[in-house]
Design a protein around this ligand. Structure first.
Ligand code: ZN
Length: 247
């Protein structure tokens, strides 16, 4: 995202100093996927994902897909996942029918490429689950990023073999459903994310989010589960390494 273009070096080194050992930077269209690759190539322990976000679903064609598939075949691009892909019925920047069509096409493509999928689901729980179930199983796995549902949805996501990713929202006092999910789901299926520049945890709510704040999110989950923050950090790092097959 543009928000980091002026101080990317210091954002990444501050994260490292705060104990964030690995970062995945995510593509949302063709250009940002290329940007993600070039950032991943520049920094150690940084990896890329590529894909077309539902916001951009009405602006892609077969050639874009071919370009994305070609990128994933080059090992030096450090691409560890396909996404963000999914459905967004809150913003509806693209018509839902188009979103569904492109979501299915990309799920199938990610499967062919043997890549784990990063799923974006905002206000579209039932269609998202329905399409995922249609195309399951996913041998390379996946993650529901910025999980925003209740325990019932969480159980369906877990049943697909997916991980659940929890952002800084878990630090908000009114996020009761997410507190329950963070408390209830098996720790070995939980991963953490920044989703920068959005969703900064308290006390930085509303400001630019930074990967160095990930420890705040981890600390809140530790508190909800009544375990140590080290256990949350170690387990979620292990989970992410396993899902994305990081070295
Ligand atoms: Zn998203």
């Amino acid at each position: 995202m543009e928000d980091y273009k002026d101080d990317l070096d210091s954002v990444i080194s501050s994260a490292k100093n705060k104990g964030v050992t690995h970062i995945i930077t995510v593509g949302i269209d063709l250009q940002s996927s290329l940007n993600a690759i070039s950032i991943a190539k520049k920094y150690k322990n940084l990896y890329a994902s590529v894909g077309i976000h539902p916001h951009n679903a009405s602006r892609i064609n077969d050639q874009d897909y071919k370009a994305l598939a070609t990128m994933t075949c080059d090992k030096s691009n450090k691409i560890v996942a396909y996404g963000e892909i999914g459905l967004d019925y809150v913003k509806k920047y693209s018509p839902p029918e188009k979103q569904k069509y492109q979501f299915q096409a990309q799920l199938a493509m990610a499967k062919d490429l043997h890549l784990p999928v990063i799923i974006h689901d905002r206000g579209a729980h039932s269609d998202t689950i329905k399409l995922l179930k249609n195309i399951a199983p996913f041998p390379a796995g996946g993650v529901m990023h910025c999980f925003s549902g209740d325990m019932n949805l969480a159980l369906q996501v877990l049943e697909l073999g997916f991980y659940i990713s929890i952002p800084g929202i878990v630090t908000f006092t009114n996020a009761k459903e997410l507190h329950e999910v963070a408390h209830e789901i098996p720790l070995d299926r939980l991963v953490l994310e920044t989703d920068g520049p959005f969703l900064a945890p308290v006390p930085f709510r509303g400001k630019r989010n930074l990967p160095e704040y990930l420890g705040i999110t981890a600390a809140r989950i530790a508190e909800l589960r009544n375990i140590s923050v080290d256990e949350v950090g170690d387990t979620t790092s292990r989970n992410a390494k396993q899902l994305f097959r990081l070295q």
